[in-house]
Every structure is written in C-alpha cells, then in structure tokens.
Design a protein around this ligand. Sequence first.
Ligand code: ADP
Length: 388
Amino acid sequence: MSARILLIDDEPNLLLALGAYLRQVGYEVVALSSGEEGLEKLCDWHPDLIICDIMMPGMDGLDVRLELEGDPLRRDIPFIFLTAKNQLDDRLIGLRSGADDYIVKPFEPAELEARIESLLRRVKRDRAAVAQEVETLKENLLANVTHELRTPLAVMRATLELMLEGAFGHDVQMEHRFLAQALENAQSLQRLIDDLLLMTALDNDDCELFLEPIFVSEFLREVQSGVWRVEAADRLVIHPLEPSDLTLCADRRCLQNILGHLVDNGLKFSAGAPVEVQAEARGGGVAITVADRGEGISAEHLPRIFERFYQVDMSSTRAYEGLGCGLHLARALVEAHGGYVDVESQVGGGSRFTIWLPQGLPEGLCRVTDLLRKQDRLVVVEGEEGAE
Ligand code: ADP
C-alpha cells in the first residue's frame, strides 16, 4: 500500500504541482489549502506524513503543529515544514515546534521526495524497534508472572496432596507447619494479584484513598507484626519513635502496601543482615526510612528501579523472586498522598529508602472536598467538603 501524504499550502499552483508530483512517484495525496481544513481532514483520515506551509491566512503552520503537539494520537505523525521563511530563527522555531524536517522554498521536488523517503524509513525503523521492545517486555512479563504464580501454587498443591494422602498421620505439629507455609504462599499470591489490580487502578486514575488519622507508633507495630517474609521477621529492627504521639493522615492499606514492599525488599536483598525502620517528624510531615545493609544498587540502575516491572537482574536465572512492581506501586501511592520517595544506595553498602508523607490532608487532595465518613474511616472522593 502506498504511503499517504497530507499536503497543506495556501498556494494553489504549488498544491497542484507538488500534489501531482508526489502522486506520480507513488504516494496517495490529499492536498488542502488551509490549516483548518488540514486539521479537519485528520479527524477521519490518517496520513503517514504531513507536509505543511508556515505562512497561511487564518491558522498558520505553527498553529497546526501546536494543535498536533497537544493531540497524543496525532503528534507522532511525521511532519515536514515547507516554507519560504528562511531565517535561522524561523528554522529553529519550526524544528523546535516538533517538526521532523524543515525545507525552504524554492525546493527541488526530487530532494523533497528523498527527504520524505528517508523520514518514512526512519519512522518505520523506530516503530519496529519499539514494537520489538514491547514484544520482549510482554514475553518477559508473561514468563515472570507465570513463574511468580506457579511457585506458591506448587507449595499449596503439594501440602494439599500430602494431607489427602494422610502423610502427616497424627503429627499435628508437622501438619501445622505445612499448613502455615501453604497459607503464607496463598497470601503472597493474593498480594501479587492485589498489586497488579492496584497498578491498573492507579493507571486508570481509579484509585480512591480512604484517609484516616494514623498513629505512627501503632502503625510501626503493625509493620513489625505483619512482615510478609515470616522466616526473616527477626531481622527487622524498628527504632522507637520520637515524638511517640506522631500522627499522619493516610490510607492505612496503602501505607501497609508501601512499607510492606520496602521492608520486604530490604529483607530480600540483604541476606542475614538487619533491616532498620525509623520514623521521625520532618518538614511538616513524617519521614519513614527503611535501611538495609544488603547488596545495594549501582548508580546505573538506581534511576530506573521505580519504573514499572524494572528489576536490576532481569534474567530468567535471577536469584530473587518478584515482579518488579513493588517500588513502582510504592512511589505511585506515596505521590497519591502528596508525598515523595527518596533512595540512597551503594553497591555492597546497602540501600536506604525514605518516604515522606504530609502530616495533614495531602495538598493535592485538599482540593478534593467531599469528606464522607464511611464505617469508621474517612473517605476522600471528588466533590465538596462536608459532613455526612
Ligand atoms: P521486585 O519485585 O523485583 O522486588 P521492586 O519494584 O520492589 O521489584 O524493586 C525493583 C528492583 O529494584 C528489584 O528487582 C531490585 O533489583 C532493586 N531493589 C529494590 N529494593 C532493593 C534493595 N533494598 N536492595 C537492592 N536492590 C533493590
């Protein structure tokens, strides 16, 4: 199929001649004489490339470019300015507006044709590279998810089979140990599914925060007793809180999720060493730090660890389990509360993750005005502040 070109220029002769030339060399061309008509055409026709004049009555070429820049579906259509404006400033403005090329009139049609070909070739290559990257990501993710689901499922299944076979006999203690392990694996499966659902909800802006006042000292006790990695719970050290009556306003389940991931990572990536949690009042909010003395993260990877599904070791033979969504979720949840996450790390020296949350109602959410009391919790939804 021949590539489609949308040509916009207010000079009728150029429109006619260039349109005919491009058709003759094999392109499908729609030639229109104003920016307004061009944008209108884009509503029902998707060209592979746009060639646009700059100086036109009404909407000029830069306005057309500006409109396209604000349209995520059309901003990436390859775009060439074809214009008599020849000053360096004009060319810079044109290229900086997001156009891919800038050709000055008068021009050689054969050169324009060569530039079109080259631009279309480049775009095709870039798109193929992105498609390949997405494909690889999909394959890795599928392999990872399958692996993360299969392992706990295998433990649960084995326990059930042993019970059915009567393998524990009258050994109640042994049976209890196996059942506890199966339950731990079921909980880890549940967390994995909850995380994936939560990530989708955050992506779709469909995540409601149930804000409530939280006593930080009480919350830290919950962290201590709710460690996901039960076998490593004794390595978690929670420092006493000063002042002990510190509170913050947050969604308790989100906060548990955030700290759950940070503590779990600390324990996972620091075999045998303690993981320390410390909270303090800081800058009108509360800072909670999770520090480990594990393997640390190199400067090369550090800026990327909050990306969705990013893992320092992405190989199929990696030593640690995980999907790579914990930190991404943690940061998104902290930011939804109006806070931020900070990390310092040194290879071989351990990592130190700090979350900061505002003590009162998060700033972004103060706009959110309808405070409803649901059960015993404050529910923040869009609307006006008011008592129920
Ligand atoms: P995962 O499920 O892999 O733990 P996360 O999103 O929680 O996913 O973390 C992303 C990656 O960041 C991890 O795979 C690991 O490479 C790195 N990372 C996170 N926390 C630590 C830590 N405390 N020490 C060393 N590396 C860490």
